[in-house]
Design a protein around this ligand. Structure first.
Ligand SMILES: Nc1ncnc2c1ncn2[C@@H]1O[C@H](COP(=O)(O)OP(=O)(O)OP(=O)(O)O)[C@@H](O)[C@H]1O
Length: 248
């Protein structure tokens, strides 16, 4: 069964074509990676799939729900870790999780239990009652990761999840994501980091200028081959483009 299916998704911002006909299936239980350079259309894809943005054309299904027709229905069922978003500056992590728990209809005991587990996993228990404004960027990212998983969704959309995290925490998050996938859940990961995609994903689709240009299974490649594919497919354009930056 597919957790996500899209057909010919298109989206423009004025004259700029961000998605030029994206057709994509993600089976349930896959740790899927959308890999592309800056400006390739990754966040636009996530925003459409999570009902935050309507496509100009094409269709999408997320856990059987059409995000354009029922955006709230999709957001109830999935977890979302947006790129570079911060928790509210005027709250502590504990207050924020209480808020997320009430939006997600979780009882206080469940919230507390899950928060303790996540604070242990990502080593930030000492900061649970510190205002977000006094947390480091990486500590704020730990809070955002916890919030995305707090209601134990079957599917998560995670945009550059490892940004700002030190190597120890990165390994803890990777370990968790593999366990989450092994339990039958689905991960839609968006990144421009080839190492992250190669290390973590069952399958990677490379997106460039709003189109899918290559698909690979990292386990079936050796060494740096995903980098070779990436450079071959997008490197030449990305290195001369105004929005250059293939991540390494
Ligand atoms: N609200 C917007 N208005 C105008 N243009 C936009 C808007 N959002 C995105 N774009 C443009 O659409 C294109 C795709 O952007 P998108 O954010 O989807 O890329 P991305 O692959 O997530 O990039 P990054 O890795 O840098 O986050 C880019 O050229 C971007 O400048």
């Amino acid at each position: 069964m597919n957790a996500i299916a899209t057909a010919d998704l298109r989206k423009s911002y004025g004259d700029l074509t961000a998605l030029a006909g994206l057709t994509l299936d993600v089976p349930a239980g896959e740790l899927f990676g959308l890999l592309g350079p800056n400006g390739a259309g990754k966040s636009t894809t996530i925003r459409i799939l999570t009902g935050q943005l309507r496509p100009d054309a094409g269709t999408a299904s997320v856990l059987g729900v059409d995000p354009a027709a029922d955006p709230i229905g999709v957001r109830e069922r999935v977890g979302i870790l947006p790129e570079q978003e911060s928790p509210p500056s005027f709250m502590t992590p504990r207050e924020y999780f209480d808020f997320v728990g009430s939006v997600r209809d979780l009882d206080a005991a469940t919230v507390n239990e899950r928060v303790e587990t996540w604070a242990d996993r990502l080593a930030y228990g000492a900061k649970l009652d510190t205002m977000h404004t006094d947390l480091s960027r990486g500590q704020q990212q730990k809070v955002m990761i916890t919030a995305a998983f707090l209601h134990d969704p079957d599917l998560v959309f995670i945009d550059e999840p490892l940004a700002n995290l030190d190597p120890i925490v990165q390994e803890a998050v990777k370990r968790f994501l593999r366990e989450y996938r092994d339990a039958g859940n689905t991960v839609f990961l968006s990144t421009h980091d080839i190492d992250v995609a190669a290390d973590l994903c069952d399958r990677v689709e490379i997106v460039h200028e709003g189109e899918l240009v290559a698909t690979r299974r990292p386990a079936a490649l050796d060494g740096d081959r995903l980098l070779d594919v990436f450079l071959r497919e997008v490197g030449a354009d990305a290195s001369v483009g105004a929005d250059a930056g293939a991540g390494r």
